[in-house]
Ligand binder design. Structure first.
Ligand code: AFP
Ligand code: FBP
Length: 324
């Protein structure tokens, strides 16, 4: 089975970016080890702190964030990093060509129940002009050079794209290396599976409720087929399922917070997952526009997300746009 670096070279990935990806996989192995030690490592449970998103931080959130920052910032190719857990960016090397945005542990409510979590990352080019600070990162997802995630599940998997399709590597615990286990993921265009937090039903727009109502109506309803639902409460795991066997994943507009009606974050969740999904032949949309085309105005901005099997996402969009 092919190893990581030879695969990247075969894909003609530039050496600086290979170095960044290599550093990311070193971080992934370290986080994977701590997660798999679980309670034995004394890292389960919460801290007393809140992160920039106003969420209580788990000890492993803090640990994963620190590990990523420390290890990434040693790499001279990295100009700066931005984390979902921190307000500002952290500067690295002024001559670095790359920026890395990451969500250190996505799905952190799963940590204490020994369920799936992941690390999501997005690599952008460092602008060559005089931009500084957070402005460096305010680039659309179409600029991404590499995007992916590590899924810490029964096995640890590294899934990413550099624009040549979606490659999947599995961590061989015996030799401590990621080995290529799927060359090119493709999302089937049609699906009978969806993922949404149904407990928020009363907070959605009527059009989204109508779409879900029709899925639930099954083969005697307007969609004339039965749908199944899955929800892991970790986007990384739900999107992994969609990449592996198709499906529609959405975290839609929600009326509870008029000024912040969305949950998922563009830079750390939306953009990297959108590029992966598009590279696998799927569609990733906010309900109003293609996610990758959004010109960000804030590194922590939140968006609506509807992604997955192309035909199903397009059907959902027809409901939202009122043509169904
Ligand atoms: P964290 O960023 O706190 O780990 O949350 C993960 C997440 O943003 C995303 O991965 C899930 O899809 C979503 O939360 C689950 O949210 P619910 O609480 O609505 O299930
Ligand atoms: P398997 O025996 O095929 O693994 O099925 C597992 C299971 O019986 C339960 O563990 C689980 O609660 C249930 O199926 C899930 O069923 P559904 O497909 O209705 O969500």
């Amino acid at each position: 089975m092919q190893r990581l670096i030879p695969t990247l070279r075969r894909d003609h990935v530039e050496e600086g970016l290979i170095s960044v990806i290599n550093t990311l996989q070193i971080c992934a192995k370290e986080i994977s080890f701590r997660l798999h030690q679980g309670e034995l490592a004394g890292v389960l449970g919460s801290t007393l702190d809140e992160n920039i998103q106003g969420e209580t931080q788990k000890k492993l959130d803090v640990l994963a964030n620190q590990l990523l920052k420390d290890i990434l910032l040693e790499n001279s190719h990295i100009r700066a990093v931005a984390s979902e857990e921190e307000e500002g960016i952290v500067d690295g090397h002024t001559t670095g060509d790359y920026l890395v945005a990451f969500d250190p542990l996505d799905g952190s409510s799963n940590i204490d129940i020994n369920s799936m979590v992941g690390t999501i990352f997005s690599v952008l080019p460092a602008p060559k002009d005089d931009r500084q600070g957070v402005d460096l990162f305010l680039q659309p997802g179409t600029n991404q050079l590499m995007a992916g995630y590590v899924l810490y599940g029964p096995s640890t998997m590294l899934v990413f794209t550099t624009g040549n399709g979606v490659r999947v590597f599995t961590l061989d615990q015996k030799v401590g290396e990621f080995l290529l286990t799927d060359e090119d993921l493709e999302i089937p265009a049609d699906t009978c599976e969806f993922a949404i937090n149904m407990s928020n039903y009363r907070h959605w727009q009527p059009q989204m409720r109508a779409y879900i109502d029709d899925l639930l109506a099954g083969d005697t309803g307007p969609r004339c087929k039965n749908f199944n639902m899955r929800w892991i409460a970790a986007m990384v795991a739900d999107v992994h399922r969609v990449l592996c066997r198709g499906g529609l994943f959405t975290y839609p507009w929600d009326c509870r917070m008029p000024n912040k009606p969305y949950k998922l974050r563009l830079m750390y969740e939306g953009n990297p997952m959108a590029w992966l999904v598009e590279q696998a032949g799927g569609v990733a949309h906010t309900g109003e526009q293609r996610i990758l085309d959004i010109e960000p105005t804030d590194i922590h901005q939140r968006i609506g997300v509807i992604l997955g099997s192309a035909n199903e996402v397009n059907t959902c969009l027809e409901y939202l746009q009122g043509s169904q």
